[in-house]
Design a protein around this ligand. Structure first.
Ligand code: ADP
Length: 342
């Protein structure tokens, strides 16, 4: 910018000096004056075009690199999954280890786990213990570094991944609200089956609030995109996620702490509600609040890359191990919080 100013200043200075000394006629002065400006713009345009081209070629090579990564899952050419009307599937991790690319050690190491058909399993442990990683391996979002994930005894790598994903109603910590209508958000598709959608909203306890809106199920979500859009409260979003999971009606339910923003009692209620509404589905519930998952058939405590303790809530308390100590500390903390609020 300063350089352009200097260069143009010098050129204009010479032109003015020449015009004053009578070397240039007025007409030529105007012609040269505008030519200097035009030439500068032309050169600046070329340089900025070259800059954009360089940036875009960098972006393109990053995309090429991404497209060259070999696809480890089968899409379209895998075996179809067996359809079981009773929804009772068994999931298994067989000697599974998982290491994130570039990490120095395994997040999970030699984990063996069978989740029985219809079982309600709780996965608990400190932040960073590997709970989310475990659930993502089960859902087929990650491929184990070593070992196998099996569905009813068959390695899931042979199945069509989309078909496999369709078997899970999973709610993660980072869930996404789509910029669309309430109905599209529940159905996750442009065409919602309306009676089914209302039934799910009803069971999730959100129907009355949506009926009270002027556009009901056609209400747009997200003010960033729609002028007439609405924003939902944290609790309403949780209920919408529950309605979405119910609408999908998949045989396996996974809940990865989508409730971290709720207080412990509200989280505990919501987990209980998922459990009541999803019935006999094989389910995995993650929480770092041990009271939320005590209703489960079995609890796994994840620590140091593996399953440190395992059993029902009562069995683990009786064992007097780490789970029992953590439960004691958390209940004391929540009791103190309750008395402070009284
Ligand atoms: P939890 O759900 O128990 O809090 P996570 O499964 O999210 O634990 O994470 C386990 C460990 O793996 C943590 O140390 C975390 O930093 C690491 N980790 C998680 N996601 C990634 C990632 N995408 N890349 C590298 N490391 C990760």
């Amino acid at each position: 910018m300063a350089l352009t100013f200097l260069r143009n200043g010098a050129a204009y200075g010479i032109l003015i000096a020449m015009a004053l000394s009578g070397e240039l006629t007025a007409a030529r002065f105007v012609l040269y004056f505008s030519a200097v400006g035009g030439f500068t713009n032309w050169v600046v345009g070329i340089f900025s075009g070259l800059g954009t081209l360089h940036q875009q070629s960098l972006d393109l090579s990053a995309l090429r690199e991404f497209l060259d990564i070999p696809e480890s899952f089968r899409f379209g050419d895998g075996k179809p999954l067996p359809v079981k009307p009773d929804h009772l599937y068994q999931l298994e991790l067989r000697d599974v280890s998982f290491r994130y690319p570039g990490a120095e050690q395994d997040t999970l190491s030699h984990v063996n786990l069978t989740i029985h058909p219809g079982e309600k399993l709780a996965v608990v442990g400190k932040n960073g213990a590997g709970k989310t990683t475990l659930i993502r391996l089960l859902c087929g979002l990650y491929d184990p570094t070593k070992g196998q994930v099996l569905l009813d005894g068959e390695d899931i790598r042979q199945y069509d991944r989309r078909d496999y994903y369709a078997h899970f109603s999973a709610v993660f910590q980072q869930f996404s609200l789509l910029a669309g209508t309430m109905a599209e958000n529940v159905a996750q598709s442009e065409k919602a089956d309306l009676p089914r959608m209302w039934d799910c909203l009803e069971r999730a306890g959100l129907a009355d609030q949506i009926r009270a809106l002027p556009w009901q199920e056609n209400t747009h979500l997200g003010r960033d995109v729609y002028l007439d859009g609405i924003d939902l409260s944290g609790g309403q979003v949780q209920r919408l996620m529950l309605a979405r999971a119910l609408y999908k009606n998949a045989p396996i339910v996974m809940l990865d702490e989508p409730t971290a923003a709720l207080d412990p009692l509200a989280e505990s209620d919501l987990y209980q509600k998922y459990n009541d509404l999803t019935g006999a589905c094989t389910s995995v519930y993650i929480s770092h609040r041990l009271a939320s998952t005590r209703f489960c058939d079995r609890v796994l405590l994840i620590e140091n890359g593996g399953i440190a303790e395992e059993g029902s809530h009562e069995e683990l308390l009786a064992q007097g191990g780490h789970y029992a100590r953590l439960f004691d500390i958390q209940s004391k903390y929540y009791r103190e919080e309750e008395t402070e609020h009284e």
